[in-house]
Design a protein around this ligand. Sequence first.
Ligand code: SF4
Length: 400
Amino acid sequence: MFKNHALIFYYHKINSYSFNALAGAIDADTDLADIPIGIAFTADELREQISEALENHSRAAAAFSIMTCQFEEAARLIRRLRGEYGGRLIILAGGPHVTARPQEVLRAGADIVFRGEAENSFPRVLKAIFQRTDCAAVQSADAPADLDRTFSFSPERGMFGPIEITRGCAFACRFCQTSQIFGVRLRHRSVEKIVRQAESLRSINRKVVRLLSPNAFSYGSPDGRKLNLDAIRGLLAALRESLSTDGRIIFAHFPSEARPEHITHDTLSLLDEFADNDEIVIGAQSGSQRMLDACGRAHTAQDVISAVARARKHGYKIIVDFMFGLPGENDADRRESLSVMKEIVDMGARIHPHIFAPLPQTAFANEPSGRILPFFLNAMDQFRERGAIYGSADGFAIIS
Ligand code: SF4
């Protein structure tokens, strides 16, 4: 129906899951199933594809997903595209930064911006654009997407990645956008639909099935806090059964992580039985109880230490996320945090350091960006010498 129109995703690596989900939503819409989707990995590729699309199709749209750390660069590119193609190109934008500051992105030159989840609104708006029907410049998320009515990706279009099993997070930690964008009520994809997507990965010869969730062991939990071991077992067992022996299940690892209080003998035993990863990722963010409380983490520093000890007993390698420069962090907090890091590094864990960045819509949105003090840098250098840092060469990831 729309094969004479073109849609191009500016498919940056850190936005790929959002685009994968949009492609899944487009596939689920029978009217749009035949629309060609271009994937541009760089600004030059994007411009090339837009020029070609405008020559060969009646209408073309380019879609951006923008995190706060990408906004300046994305805005420059959008302005440039607007200058080069004028009104012939429709520019669409969504993602965390757009959700929080839609007007800013419209001012940069986008035609239509999407706030929140876009699996429902994006296909609808696309059809309206291509049928030249008016639609509002700011699209607010309508009903939260039903994960069983759409897909996490589109293997046929070459867009695939982790399978999202849960959306939303009950904890609303004060630095994190997840609960603001996706809500504090959890939605879980059904086992049947997850298995179906795992099988679609196998159809393109992908043997690794990664499960995506803000909090890995919250699967099936009605409130996201209390474990639902039966649901986790049901999911992992069904996946194991559907994958042949060479299929690999990766759970409680990047891009997901587990909360420390959910690392129990029971959850670890489920990993032992069904998953293939020998490493797990735990979110801690601080070793200072005062900072944990200030962030609303709802777990203790001791939970972090106990989680690492338990996971090590089950033979897992461990990566633990920590954040530096949290609002209000003082020397005593830093010392406490460092002492927890030392304790878990001595047990064999690696630290994944992040610098605090204030994100729009969060409770810490107006706080200053974090700084790394020499005190911490020295400690990180020592950890690095011991092979106990996970991450880039300079050691720090920026949260985005
Ligand atoms: S940091 Fe993790 S636990 Fe906290 S709100 Fe974000 S996703 Fe949820």
